[in-house]
Design a protein around this ligand. Sequence first.
Ligand code: G3P
Ligand code: CA
Length: 273
Amino acid sequence: QARQHSPHSPDRAPVQVVAHRGASEDAPEHTLAAYVKAIEDGADALECDVRLTADGQLVCVHDRRVNRTSNGRGAVSTLELSDLAALDFGSWKDSEESPDWGDREFTSVLTLERLLELVADAGRRVELAIETKHPTRWAGQVEERLLHLLKRFGLTEPPPAGETSPVRIMSFSARSLHRVAAAAPDIPTVYLMQFLSPRLRDGRLPAGARIAGPGMRIVRNHPAYIERLHRAGHRVHVWTVNEPEDVDLCVSLGVEAIITNRPKQVLSQLGRI
Ligand code: G3P
Ligand code: CA
């Protein structure tokens, strides 16, 4: 879905606000609590990272291990879903202003399937930006199971004429995106970049990648690169944009999506709420 870009064109769609790991500044990341809040806050889309458990279930967890965001220990890939379901993914976020997350509802491990149900029941269009984490370890199984699940929800079909897909798949791994593009060409792919590698400076993306996903540091240090991406016909989705001046910079460069831990504050800054 490459398109001609003009940052100042009046008919350009407004920048999309994507809740990174849910409303993860206010609620424990990757829990239903964080995603419900993001939907209530008015986010246009939800970002989540997915990993496979030892018994082949896709769960929304960022780190390789559960140590930081739960009261358990160990790698997601060595634990079964029932092991993860016994853990508390909320209490690590307790603070004086917001205590007792572990005692609240919706802070157990979140499966991607449950997140898809939440989005399906949101009552308005909420898009999903799903990131495959360390897909090389599983040699294609993450993508295979992900696409299987998306198919069950009818999300691998081409969108109706004039509409865009409500789901996209992101990765730092070009190989992962290549697999997705080959198996499900109607799902947009986002190539995430932490650094600007010399081979990408001309604005072209690896095969299979449709949308560019530069980190905020790239945008700050190389604003001309964003123009090159647009000239090459790529949409640009920037992460993780939390500071008001970074939001301003992204807007002035005409990026298509801002991925943020603070969807409410960004929507407010943009005058949308
Ligand atoms: O949205 C992309 C961004 O989430 C990539 O970095 O480490 O937060 O998954 P990370
Ligand atoms: Ca991510």
